[in-house]
Design a protein around this ligand. Structure first.
Ligand SMILES: NC(=O)C1=CN([C@@H]2O[C@H](COP(=O)(O)OP(=O)(O)OC[C@H]3O[C@@H](n4cnc5c(N)ncnc54)[C@H](O)[C@@H]3O)[C@@H](O)[C@H]2O)[C@@H](O)CC1
Ligand SMILES: Nc1ncnc2c1ncn2[C@@H]1O[C@H](COP(=O)(O)OP(=O)(O)O)[C@@H](O)[C@H]1O
Ligand SMILES: [K+]
Length: 504
Protein backbone atom coordinates (compact mmCIF):
# COMPACT_ATOMS: atom_id res chain seq x y z
CA UNK A 1 0.00 0.00 0.00
CA UNK A 2 1.47 3.31 -1.12
CA UNK A 3 2.03 6.02 1.50
CA UNK A 4 2.65 9.74 1.15
CA UNK A 5 4.73 12.42 2.77
CA UNK A 6 2.66 15.58 3.43
CA UNK A 7 4.51 17.45 0.69
CA UNK A 8 3.65 14.70 -1.81
CA UNK A 9 0.01 14.81 -0.74
CA UNK A 10 -0.13 18.56 -1.31
CA UNK A 11 1.31 18.03 -4.80
CA UNK A 12 -1.29 15.31 -5.51
CA UNK A 13 -4.08 17.67 -4.43
CA UNK A 14 -2.66 20.35 -6.75
CA UNK A 15 -2.45 17.96 -9.70
CA UNK A 16 -6.03 16.84 -9.22
CA UNK A 17 -7.17 20.45 -8.98
CA UNK A 18 -5.19 21.27 -12.18
CA UNK A 19 -7.08 18.49 -13.94
CA UNK A 20 -10.31 20.34 -13.18
CA UNK A 21 -11.71 19.07 -9.88
CA UNK A 22 -12.28 22.15 -7.70
CA UNK A 23 -10.62 21.98 -4.28
CA UNK A 24 -13.95 22.50 -2.59
CA UNK A 25 -15.21 19.34 -4.28
CA UNK A 26 -12.18 17.43 -2.98
CA UNK A 27 -13.09 18.71 0.47
CA UNK A 28 -16.70 17.65 0.02
CA UNK A 29 -15.62 14.14 -1.07
CA UNK A 30 -13.25 13.86 1.89
CA UNK A 31 -15.97 15.02 4.26
CA UNK A 32 -18.52 12.58 2.85
CA UNK A 33 -16.14 9.73 3.51
CA UNK A 34 -15.79 10.88 7.13
CA UNK A 35 -19.58 11.13 7.39
CA UNK A 36 -19.86 7.47 6.35
CA UNK A 37 -17.29 6.45 8.94
CA UNK A 38 -19.13 8.39 11.68
CA UNK A 39 -22.45 6.78 10.74
CA UNK A 40 -20.87 3.38 11.44
CA UNK A 41 -21.33 4.27 15.14
CA UNK A 42 -25.16 4.13 15.40
CA UNK A 43 -25.27 5.13 19.08
CA UNK A 44 -23.43 8.39 18.42
CA UNK A 45 -26.01 11.21 18.47
CA UNK A 46 -24.18 14.26 19.78
CA UNK A 47 -20.91 15.27 18.15
CA UNK A 48 -18.36 17.97 18.91
CA UNK A 49 -15.96 18.99 16.14
CA UNK A 50 -12.79 20.99 16.81
CA UNK A 51 -11.87 23.04 13.75
CA UNK A 52 -8.57 24.70 12.89
CA UNK A 53 -8.09 27.53 10.42
CA UNK A 54 -6.64 25.55 7.48
CA UNK A 55 -8.21 23.04 5.13
CA UNK A 56 -8.35 20.37 7.82
CA UNK A 57 -10.63 22.79 9.69
CA UNK A 58 -12.51 23.26 6.40
CA UNK A 59 -13.15 19.51 6.34
CA UNK A 60 -14.50 19.81 9.89
CA UNK A 61 -17.10 22.44 8.95
CA UNK A 62 -18.19 20.39 5.92
CA UNK A 63 -18.45 17.24 8.07
CA UNK A 64 -20.49 19.26 10.58
CA UNK A 65 -22.96 20.32 7.88
CA UNK A 66 -23.31 16.75 6.57
CA UNK A 67 -23.85 15.44 10.10
CA UNK A 68 -26.50 18.09 10.79
CA UNK A 69 -28.27 16.98 7.63
CA UNK A 70 -28.03 13.40 8.87
CA UNK A 71 -29.97 14.43 11.98
CA UNK A 72 -27.11 14.58 14.49
CA UNK A 73 -26.60 17.25 17.13
CA UNK A 74 -23.41 19.05 16.17
CA UNK A 75 -21.29 21.73 17.85
CA UNK A 76 -18.20 23.18 16.27
CA UNK A 77 -15.44 24.53 18.49
CA UNK A 78 -13.39 27.05 16.59
CA UNK A 79 -9.73 26.70 17.56
CA UNK A 80 -8.46 29.17 14.91
CA UNK A 81 -10.39 31.47 12.55
CA UNK A 82 -10.96 29.92 9.13
CA UNK A 83 -8.19 31.25 6.91
CA UNK A 84 -8.19 29.34 3.61
CA UNK A 85 -10.88 30.02 0.96
CA UNK A 86 -12.36 26.51 1.32
CA UNK A 87 -12.39 26.70 5.11
CA UNK A 88 -14.08 30.13 5.02
CA UNK A 89 -16.63 28.85 2.49
CA UNK A 90 -17.46 25.72 4.49
CA UNK A 91 -17.64 27.60 7.80
CA UNK A 92 -20.25 29.92 6.31
CA UNK A 93 -22.18 27.00 4.78
CA UNK A 94 -22.19 25.29 8.18
CA UNK A 95 -23.73 28.39 9.76
CA UNK A 96 -26.28 28.86 6.98
CA UNK A 97 -27.44 25.27 7.53
CA UNK A 98 -28.11 26.10 11.18
CA UNK A 99 -24.79 25.04 12.76
CA UNK A 100 -23.53 26.61 15.98
CA UNK A 101 -19.92 27.67 16.48
CA UNK A 102 -18.26 28.16 19.88
CA UNK A 103 -14.98 29.98 20.42
CA UNK A 104 -12.48 27.63 22.04
CA UNK A 105 -11.87 30.14 24.86
CA UNK A 106 -15.51 29.86 26.06
CA UNK A 107 -15.70 28.39 29.55
CA UNK A 108 -18.60 26.13 28.54
CA UNK A 109 -16.50 24.26 25.95
CA UNK A 110 -15.36 21.55 28.40
CA UNK A 111 -18.92 20.67 29.40
CA UNK A 112 -19.94 20.65 25.74
CA UNK A 113 -17.11 18.24 24.98
CA UNK A 114 -17.86 15.98 27.91
CA UNK A 115 -21.51 15.67 26.77
CA UNK A 116 -20.60 14.61 23.25
CA UNK A 117 -20.74 10.93 22.25
CA UNK A 118 -18.01 11.59 19.71
CA UNK A 119 -15.28 14.21 19.39
CA UNK A 120 -13.87 14.89 15.92
CA UNK A 121 -10.41 16.41 15.56
CA UNK A 122 -10.24 18.73 12.55
CA UNK A 123 -7.69 21.12 14.03
CA UNK A 124 -4.59 20.34 11.97
CA UNK A 125 -3.91 17.99 9.10
CA UNK A 126 -0.87 17.60 6.91
CA UNK A 127 0.01 21.28 7.31
CA UNK A 128 0.91 20.80 10.99
CA UNK A 129 4.40 21.42 12.26
CA UNK A 130 5.85 22.05 15.71
CA UNK A 131 3.78 21.63 18.83
CA UNK A 132 0.20 22.16 20.04
CA UNK A 133 0.14 25.08 22.41
CA UNK A 134 -2.02 27.14 24.76
CA UNK A 135 -5.77 26.59 24.89
CA UNK A 136 -5.71 24.09 22.01
CA UNK A 137 -3.18 21.86 23.81
CA UNK A 138 -5.27 22.18 26.98
CA UNK A 139 -8.45 21.09 25.17
CA UNK A 140 -6.76 18.15 23.41
CA UNK A 141 -5.39 16.95 26.74
CA UNK A 142 -8.89 17.25 28.24
CA UNK A 143 -10.45 15.30 25.33
CA UNK A 144 -7.84 12.54 25.61
CA UNK A 145 -9.16 11.90 29.12
CA UNK A 146 -12.81 11.55 27.99
CA UNK A 147 -14.52 8.23 27.33
CA UNK A 148 -16.27 9.35 24.12
CA UNK A 149 -15.35 7.99 20.67
CA UNK A 150 -12.50 10.02 19.18
CA UNK A 151 -12.07 10.39 15.46
CA UNK A 152 -9.25 12.25 13.74
CA UNK A 153 -9.67 13.81 10.31
CA UNK A 154 -6.67 12.99 8.11
CA UNK A 155 -4.17 12.78 10.99
CA UNK A 156 -4.44 13.39 14.74
CA UNK A 157 -3.49 16.97 15.55
CA UNK A 158 -0.06 17.10 17.14
CA UNK A 159 1.29 14.18 15.06
CA UNK A 160 3.74 14.95 12.27
CA UNK A 161 2.58 13.47 8.98
CA UNK A 162 6.22 13.40 7.88
CA UNK A 163 7.61 11.02 10.49
CA UNK A 164 5.01 10.34 13.18
CA UNK A 165 6.88 12.37 15.77
CA UNK A 166 4.92 14.07 18.57
CA UNK A 167 6.18 17.04 20.53
CA UNK A 168 4.13 17.46 23.68
CA UNK A 169 0.40 16.75 23.39
CA UNK A 170 -1.45 15.09 20.49
CA UNK A 171 -5.04 13.96 19.93
CA UNK A 172 -5.47 10.28 20.78
CA UNK A 173 -7.86 8.87 18.19
CA UNK A 174 -9.79 5.60 18.12
CA UNK A 175 -10.01 5.98 14.37
CA UNK A 176 -8.27 8.19 11.82
CA UNK A 177 -9.90 8.74 8.46
CA UNK A 178 -7.32 9.83 5.93
CA UNK A 179 -7.59 10.87 2.31
CA UNK A 180 -5.96 9.66 -0.88
CA UNK A 181 -3.23 7.60 0.78
CA UNK A 182 -1.95 6.90 4.28
CA UNK A 183 0.72 9.33 5.45
CA UNK A 184 4.13 8.10 6.60
CA UNK A 185 3.41 9.53 10.07
CA UNK A 186 0.42 7.20 10.51
CA UNK A 187 2.66 4.15 10.52
CA UNK A 188 5.69 5.24 12.57
CA UNK A 189 5.79 5.46 16.35
CA UNK A 190 4.79 7.38 18.39
CA UNK A 191 2.30 8.67 15.78
CA UNK A 192 1.06 5.13 15.06
CA UNK A 193 -0.11 4.91 18.66
CA UNK A 194 -2.19 8.10 18.37
CA UNK A 195 -4.03 7.14 15.17
CA UNK A 196 -6.05 4.14 16.33
CA UNK A 197 -7.44 2.34 13.31
CA UNK A 198 -6.37 4.07 10.09
CA UNK A 199 -8.99 4.12 7.34
CA UNK A 200 -7.78 5.30 3.93
CA UNK A 201 -10.52 6.74 1.72
CA UNK A 202 -9.57 7.72 -1.79
CA UNK A 203 -12.85 8.66 -3.45
CA UNK A 204 -12.30 11.56 -5.80
CA UNK A 205 -8.53 10.96 -5.99
CA UNK A 206 -6.98 9.76 -9.20
CA UNK A 207 -5.39 6.31 -8.92
CA UNK A 208 -3.06 7.15 -11.77
CA UNK A 209 -1.79 10.35 -10.09
CA UNK A 210 -1.38 8.58 -6.75
CA UNK A 211 0.62 5.76 -8.35
CA UNK A 212 2.82 8.14 -10.29
CA UNK A 213 3.59 10.49 -7.41
CA UNK A 214 4.14 7.95 -4.64
CA UNK A 215 6.92 5.40 -4.32
CA UNK A 216 7.04 4.65 -0.58
CA UNK A 217 4.89 1.86 0.84
CA UNK A 218 3.60 0.18 3.92
CA UNK A 219 4.43 -3.47 3.31
CA UNK A 220 1.26 -5.48 2.91
CA UNK A 221 0.33 -8.93 1.65
CA UNK A 222 -0.22 -7.65 -1.88
CA UNK A 223 3.32 -6.25 -2.10
CA UNK A 224 4.84 -9.36 -0.54
CA UNK A 225 3.05 -11.62 -3.03
CA UNK A 226 4.43 -9.48 -5.82
CA UNK A 227 7.99 -9.77 -4.49
CA UNK A 228 8.06 -13.35 -3.24
CA UNK A 229 10.37 -15.55 -5.33
CA UNK A 230 8.53 -18.25 -7.24
CA UNK A 231 9.20 -21.92 -6.59
CA UNK A 232 9.07 -24.18 -9.62
CA UNK A 233 8.48 -27.90 -9.53
CA UNK A 234 11.44 -28.36 -11.86
CA UNK A 235 14.12 -26.84 -9.63
CA UNK A 236 17.02 -27.79 -7.40
CA UNK A 237 18.93 -26.25 -4.50
CA UNK A 238 20.97 -24.12 -6.87
CA UNK A 239 17.77 -22.44 -8.05
CA UNK A 240 17.23 -20.87 -4.64
CA UNK A 241 20.64 -19.35 -4.05
CA UNK A 242 23.30 -19.70 -1.39
CA UNK A 243 23.91 -17.46 1.60
CA UNK A 244 27.03 -17.22 3.74
CA UNK A 245 26.66 -16.04 7.33
CA UNK A 246 29.83 -14.81 9.03
CA UNK A 247 29.60 -14.24 12.76
CA UNK A 248 29.71 -15.71 16.24
CA UNK A 249 32.30 -15.47 18.97
CA UNK A 250 33.08 -17.41 22.12
CA UNK A 251 30.50 -15.31 23.99
CA UNK A 252 27.79 -15.14 21.32
CA UNK A 253 27.40 -18.72 20.22
CA UNK A 254 23.67 -18.65 19.38
CA UNK A 255 23.43 -15.64 17.06
CA UNK A 256 24.73 -17.30 13.85
CA UNK A 257 22.47 -20.29 14.57
CA UNK A 258 19.40 -17.97 14.66
CA UNK A 259 20.55 -16.23 11.53
CA UNK A 260 20.98 -19.59 9.77
CA UNK A 261 17.54 -20.66 10.99
CA UNK A 262 16.04 -17.58 9.31
CA UNK A 263 17.91 -18.41 6.11
CA UNK A 264 16.88 -22.07 6.00
CA UNK A 265 13.25 -21.46 6.86
CA UNK A 266 12.77 -18.70 4.31
CA UNK A 267 13.65 -20.90 1.37
CA UNK A 268 17.35 -20.50 0.63
CA UNK A 269 18.90 -23.37 -1.34
CA UNK A 270 22.17 -23.57 0.59
CA UNK A 271 23.15 -22.00 3.89
CA UNK A 272 26.83 -21.71 4.80
CA UNK A 273 28.06 -20.37 8.11
CA UNK A 274 31.58 -19.38 9.06
CA UNK A 275 31.97 -19.09 12.83
CA UNK A 276 34.35 -19.87 15.71
CA UNK A 277 34.14 -23.50 16.91
CA UNK A 278 31.76 -22.86 19.85
CA UNK A 279 29.16 -21.28 17.54
CA UNK A 280 29.63 -23.97 14.88
CA UNK A 281 28.85 -26.63 17.50
CA UNK A 282 25.48 -25.00 18.23
CA UNK A 283 24.63 -24.87 14.52
CA UNK A 284 25.74 -28.43 13.86
CA UNK A 285 23.68 -29.91 16.66
CA UNK A 286 20.53 -27.88 15.86
CA UNK A 287 20.55 -27.37 12.11
CA UNK A 288 22.19 -30.30 10.35
CA UNK A 289 21.18 -28.86 6.95
CA UNK A 290 23.61 -25.95 7.38
CA UNK A 291 27.15 -26.23 6.05
CA UNK A 292 28.86 -25.00 9.20
CA UNK A 293 32.50 -24.16 8.53
CA UNK A 294 34.66 -23.81 11.61
CA UNK A 295 36.92 -20.79 12.09
CA UNK A 296 40.39 -20.83 13.56
CA UNK A 297 39.98 -19.01 16.87
CA UNK A 298 37.49 -17.84 19.53
CA UNK A 299 36.64 -14.80 17.36
CA UNK A 300 36.74 -14.02 13.65
CA UNK A 301 40.35 -12.91 13.06
CA UNK A 302 42.55 -11.91 10.15
CA UNK A 303 43.66 -15.55 9.86
CA UNK A 304 40.12 -16.42 8.80
CA UNK A 305 40.00 -13.95 5.91
CA UNK A 306 41.29 -16.20 3.12
CA UNK A 307 38.94 -19.07 3.97
CA UNK A 308 35.95 -16.73 4.21
CA UNK A 309 36.78 -15.22 0.81
CA UNK A 310 37.06 -18.72 -0.66
CA UNK A 311 33.66 -19.86 0.68
CA UNK A 312 32.05 -16.57 -0.35
CA UNK A 313 32.74 -17.48 -3.99
CA UNK A 314 29.92 -20.02 -3.66
CA UNK A 315 27.48 -17.56 -2.10
CA UNK A 316 24.98 -15.20 -3.73
CA UNK A 317 24.73 -13.06 -0.61
CA UNK A 318 26.75 -12.56 2.57
CA UNK A 319 25.54 -11.70 6.06
CA UNK A 320 28.19 -10.28 8.34
CA UNK A 321 27.82 -9.58 12.03
CA UNK A 322 25.47 -11.82 14.03
CA UNK A 323 27.24 -12.38 17.36
CA UNK A 324 30.61 -11.36 15.92
CA UNK A 325 31.51 -9.30 19.01
CA UNK A 326 33.70 -6.24 19.47
CA UNK A 327 37.22 -7.61 19.57
CA UNK A 328 39.41 -4.97 17.95
CA UNK A 329 41.01 -7.40 15.50
CA UNK A 330 37.58 -8.73 14.62
CA UNK A 331 36.41 -5.19 13.82
CA UNK A 332 39.43 -4.69 11.58
CA UNK A 333 38.71 -8.02 9.89
CA UNK A 334 35.10 -6.98 9.25
CA UNK A 335 36.31 -3.75 7.61
CA UNK A 336 38.66 -5.84 5.45
CA UNK A 337 35.78 -8.13 4.46
CA UNK A 338 33.67 -5.12 3.48
CA UNK A 339 36.47 -3.99 1.18
CA UNK A 340 37.02 -7.43 -0.34
CA UNK A 341 33.30 -7.99 -0.89
CA UNK A 342 32.68 -4.45 -2.14
CA UNK A 343 30.83 -5.76 -5.20
CA UNK A 344 28.84 -8.49 -3.38
CA UNK A 345 25.33 -8.38 -2.01
CA UNK A 346 25.85 -7.89 1.74
CA UNK A 347 23.77 -7.57 4.89
CA UNK A 348 25.64 -5.95 7.78
CA UNK A 349 24.13 -6.41 11.24
CA UNK A 350 24.86 -6.24 14.97
CA UNK A 351 28.55 -5.80 15.85
CA UNK A 352 29.37 -5.77 12.15
CA UNK A 353 27.85 -2.28 12.42
CA UNK A 354 30.13 -1.52 15.38
CA UNK A 355 33.08 -2.28 13.11
CA UNK A 356 31.64 -0.06 10.39
CA UNK A 357 31.28 2.86 12.83
CA UNK A 358 35.10 2.91 13.03
CA UNK A 359 35.40 3.75 9.36
CA UNK A 360 32.25 4.86 7.56
CA UNK A 361 34.25 5.72 4.44
CA UNK A 362 34.27 1.99 3.60
CA UNK A 363 30.62 2.47 2.60
CA UNK A 364 31.63 4.64 -0.34
CA UNK A 365 33.27 1.57 -1.89
CA UNK A 366 30.46 -0.94 -1.35
CA UNK A 367 28.02 -1.30 -4.21
CA UNK A 368 25.25 -3.40 -2.74
CA UNK A 369 24.94 -3.28 1.03
CA UNK A 370 22.02 -3.26 3.46
CA UNK A 371 22.63 -2.18 7.05
CA UNK A 372 20.17 -3.40 9.68
CA UNK A 373 20.73 -1.33 12.84
CA UNK A 374 18.41 -0.89 15.80
CA UNK A 375 18.23 2.76 16.96
CA UNK A 376 21.23 2.37 19.31
CA UNK A 377 23.38 1.01 16.50
CA UNK A 378 22.15 3.66 14.09
CA UNK A 379 22.96 6.43 16.55
CA UNK A 380 26.53 5.15 16.66
CA UNK A 381 26.71 5.40 12.87
CA UNK A 382 24.82 8.62 12.32
CA UNK A 383 24.50 10.50 15.61
CA UNK A 384 20.68 10.73 15.26
CA UNK A 385 17.78 8.31 14.86
CA UNK A 386 15.02 10.42 13.29
CA UNK A 387 13.60 9.74 9.83
CA UNK A 388 15.15 12.78 8.14
CA UNK A 389 18.61 11.76 9.40
CA UNK A 390 18.02 8.22 8.14
CA UNK A 391 17.08 9.51 4.70
CA UNK A 392 20.09 11.84 4.60
CA UNK A 393 22.42 9.02 5.68
CA UNK A 394 21.18 6.70 2.92
CA UNK A 395 21.53 9.44 0.34
CA UNK A 396 25.00 10.55 1.49
CA UNK A 397 26.46 7.05 1.75
CA UNK A 398 24.43 5.68 -1.14
CA UNK A 399 23.31 2.65 0.87
CA UNK A 400 20.19 0.97 2.13
CA UNK A 401 19.35 0.88 5.82
CA UNK A 402 16.63 -0.85 7.80
CA UNK A 403 16.10 1.12 10.98
CA UNK A 404 14.53 -1.55 13.19
CA UNK A 405 11.86 -0.93 15.79
CA UNK A 406 8.22 -1.65 16.60
CA UNK A 407 7.64 -0.23 13.12
CA UNK A 408 10.75 -0.73 10.96
CA UNK A 409 11.73 1.40 7.99
CA UNK A 410 13.81 0.39 5.02
CA UNK A 411 15.20 3.50 3.32
CA UNK A 412 17.00 3.48 -0.02
CA UNK A 413 19.45 6.10 -1.36
CA UNK A 414 16.65 7.86 -3.27
CA UNK A 415 14.39 8.48 -0.26
CA UNK A 416 12.00 5.62 -0.96
CA UNK A 417 10.67 4.05 2.25
CA UNK A 418 9.26 0.58 2.86
CA UNK A 419 7.59 0.51 6.25
CA UNK A 420 7.00 -2.74 8.08
CA UNK A 421 4.11 -2.83 10.55
CA UNK A 422 3.95 -6.58 11.15
CA UNK A 423 5.29 -7.95 14.41
CA UNK A 424 4.51 -8.35 18.10
CA UNK A 425 6.29 -7.70 21.36
CA UNK A 426 7.39 -11.34 21.10
CA UNK A 427 10.19 -9.93 18.93
CA UNK A 428 11.36 -7.53 21.64
CA UNK A 429 13.86 -10.09 22.89
CA UNK A 430 17.51 -10.83 22.10
CA UNK A 431 17.85 -13.00 19.01
CA UNK A 432 15.20 -11.47 16.74
CA UNK A 433 17.72 -9.26 14.96
CA UNK A 434 19.86 -12.32 14.17
CA UNK A 435 16.85 -14.17 12.78
CA UNK A 436 16.05 -11.16 10.61
CA UNK A 437 19.54 -10.77 9.13
CA UNK A 438 19.64 -14.41 8.01
CA UNK A 439 16.13 -14.16 6.57
CA UNK A 440 17.11 -11.11 4.53
CA UNK A 441 20.35 -12.77 3.41
CA UNK A 442 18.32 -15.74 2.23
CA UNK A 443 15.85 -13.66 0.23
CA UNK A 444 18.79 -11.71 -1.23
CA UNK A 445 20.36 -14.99 -2.36
CA UNK A 446 17.05 -16.09 -3.89
CA UNK A 447 16.17 -12.84 -5.64
CA UNK A 448 19.46 -11.02 -6.22
CA UNK A 449 17.77 -7.86 -4.94
CA UNK A 450 18.64 -6.57 -1.45
CA UNK A 451 15.78 -4.09 -1.23
CA UNK A 452 13.25 -6.76 -2.16
CA UNK A 453 14.94 -9.08 0.35
CA UNK A 454 14.73 -6.48 3.12
CA UNK A 455 11.01 -5.97 2.50
CA UNK A 456 10.32 -9.72 2.48
CA UNK A 457 12.50 -10.36 5.53
CA UNK A 458 10.88 -7.72 7.73
CA UNK A 459 7.38 -8.82 6.75
CA UNK A 460 8.14 -12.51 7.24
CA UNK A 461 9.60 -12.22 10.71
CA UNK A 462 6.81 -9.92 11.92
CA UNK A 463 4.05 -12.03 10.41
CA UNK A 464 5.55 -15.22 11.84
CA UNK A 465 5.45 -13.65 15.30
CA UNK A 466 1.81 -12.67 14.74
CA UNK A 467 0.82 -16.16 13.59
CA UNK A 468 2.68 -17.96 16.36
CA UNK A 469 0.71 -19.91 18.98
CA UNK A 470 3.17 -18.84 21.68
CA UNK A 471 2.21 -15.90 23.88
CA UNK A 472 4.19 -12.76 23.10
CA UNK A 473 5.96 -12.70 26.44
CA UNK A 474 7.21 -16.26 26.18
CA UNK A 475 7.95 -16.32 22.46
CA UNK A 476 11.54 -16.71 21.26
CA UNK A 477 13.39 -16.04 18.02
CA UNK A 478 13.96 -19.77 17.49
CA UNK A 479 10.21 -20.47 17.82
CA UNK A 480 9.34 -17.57 15.53
CA UNK A 481 11.80 -18.79 12.89
CA UNK A 482 9.96 -22.12 12.85
CA UNK A 483 6.68 -20.33 12.06
CA UNK A 484 7.81 -19.13 8.62
CA UNK A 485 5.98 -22.08 7.16
CA UNK A 486 2.70 -20.53 8.35
CA UNK A 487 3.56 -17.24 6.67
CA UNK A 488 4.11 -19.04 3.35
CA UNK A 489 0.80 -20.91 3.80
CA UNK A 490 -1.09 -17.72 4.62
CA UNK A 491 0.31 -15.98 1.57
CA UNK A 492 -0.59 -18.89 -0.68
CA UNK A 493 -4.12 -19.02 0.74
CA UNK A 494 -4.45 -15.24 0.36
CA UNK A 495 -3.34 -15.44 -3.26
CA UNK A 496 -5.77 -18.28 -3.92
CA UNK A 497 -8.61 -16.33 -2.31
CA UNK A 498 -7.83 -13.32 -4.44
CA UNK A 499 -7.76 -15.43 -7.61
CA UNK A 500 -11.21 -16.81 -6.83
CA UNK A 501 -12.56 -13.45 -5.67
CA UNK A 502 -12.87 -14.56 -2.02
CA UNK A 503 -10.80 -11.70 -0.53
CA UNK A 504 -8.65 -12.03 2.57
N1 LIG B 1 -7.74 20.43 -1.61
C1 LIG B 1 -7.00 20.00 -0.66
O1 LIG B 1 -5.86 20.39 -0.56
C2 LIG B 1 -7.61 19.07 0.32
C3 LIG B 1 -7.19 19.16 1.63
N2 LIG B 1 -7.79 18.45 2.59
C4 LIG B 1 -7.51 18.72 3.98
O2 LIG B 1 -6.60 19.78 4.13
C5 LIG B 1 -5.60 19.45 5.04
C6 LIG B 1 -4.36 20.24 4.75
O3 LIG B 1 -4.74 21.58 4.83
P1 LIG B 1 -3.70 22.74 5.11
O4 LIG B 1 -2.57 22.61 4.19
O5 LIG B 1 -4.48 24.00 5.13
O6 LIG B 1 -3.12 22.37 6.55
P2 LIG B 1 -3.77 22.33 8.00
O7 LIG B 1 -5.26 22.28 7.94
O8 LIG B 1 -3.07 21.27 8.72
O9 LIG B 1 -3.41 23.75 8.64
C7 LIG B 1 -2.24 24.40 8.37
C8 LIG B 1 -2.28 25.79 9.02
O10 LIG B 1 -2.00 25.66 10.40
C9 LIG B 1 -0.83 26.42 10.72
N3 LIG B 1 -0.06 25.64 11.70
C10 LIG B 1 0.69 24.52 11.48
N4 LIG B 1 1.23 24.08 12.64
C11 LIG B 1 0.81 24.90 13.61
C12 LIG B 1 1.02 24.97 15.02
N5 LIG B 1 1.80 24.08 15.66
N6 LIG B 1 0.42 25.94 15.73
C13 LIG B 1 -0.37 26.86 15.12
N7 LIG B 1 -0.61 26.86 13.78
C14 LIG B 1 -0.03 25.92 13.04
C15 LIG B 1 -0.09 26.56 9.41
O11 LIG B 1 0.74 27.68 9.45
C16 LIG B 1 -1.23 26.70 8.42
O12 LIG B 1 -1.73 28.01 8.44
C17 LIG B 1 -5.46 17.96 4.93
O13 LIG B 1 -4.89 17.40 6.10
C18 LIG B 1 -6.89 17.53 4.69
O14 LIG B 1 -7.55 17.36 5.92
C19 LIG B 1 -8.98 17.69 2.27
O15 LIG B 1 -10.03 18.58 2.36
C20 LIG B 1 -8.92 17.08 0.91
C21 LIG B 1 -8.65 18.14 -0.10
N1 LIG C 1 7.40 -4.50 19.76
C1 LIG C 1 7.83 -4.94 18.57
N2 LIG C 1 6.98 -5.05 17.54
C2 LIG C 1 7.42 -5.47 16.33
N3 LIG C 1 8.71 -5.82 16.07
C3 LIG C 1 9.59 -5.72 17.04
C4 LIG C 1 9.22 -5.28 18.34
N4 LIG C 1 10.33 -5.27 19.11
C5 LIG C 1 11.35 -5.70 18.35
N5 LIG C 1 10.93 -5.96 17.09
C6 LIG C 1 11.76 -6.42 15.96
O1 LIG C 1 12.71 -7.38 16.46
C7 LIG C 1 14.00 -7.15 15.92
C8 LIG C 1 14.98 -6.84 17.05
O2 LIG C 1 16.27 -6.63 16.53
P1 LIG C 1 17.50 -6.22 17.44
O3 LIG C 1 17.13 -5.05 18.30
O4 LIG C 1 18.67 -6.11 16.55
O5 LIG C 1 17.59 -7.47 18.38
P2 LIG C 1 18.73 -8.51 18.71
O6 LIG C 1 19.26 -8.03 20.00
O7 LIG C 1 17.99 -9.76 18.82
O8 LIG C 1 19.72 -8.53 17.60
C9 LIG C 1 13.85 -6.00 14.93
O9 LIG C 1 13.68 -6.50 13.63
C10 LIG C 1 12.58 -5.28 15.39
O10 LIG C 1 11.93 -4.66 14.33
K1 LIG D 1 -6.81 16.36 12.41
Amino acid sequence: MKVAFPVQMRRIDELIIERGIPSVLLMENASRSVLEEVLKYPTVKEIAILCGGGNNGGDGYAIGRLLLNAGKTVSVIECYHPSTPDAIFNASLFVSFGGGIHACEESTVESLLSRADMVIDSIFGTGFHGELQGRVAELVEYINGLKSVKLAVDIPSGVSGFDGSVRGIAFRADKTVTFGAGKVGHYLYPGRDYCGEVVVRSEGFSREILDRQLDSSVIDEELVLELLPERHADSHKGTYGAVLIVGGSEIYTGAPFLSALGALRSGCGLTYTYTPPEAAAVIRSNLPEVIAIVGKGPHIFRDDLDTIVEIAKKADSIVIGPGIGRNEETAETVLELLKVFSKSSMVLDADGLYALSKDLTVLSRTEDILLTPHPGEFRRLCGETDLKSLMDFCENFHCRVILKGSSSVLCNPYGKLSINITGTTGLAKGGSGDLLSGTIGSFAAQTGDLERAGILGMYFMGKAAELSDESDASNTASSIGKEYSRVFSCLVEGARGEKHGIGT
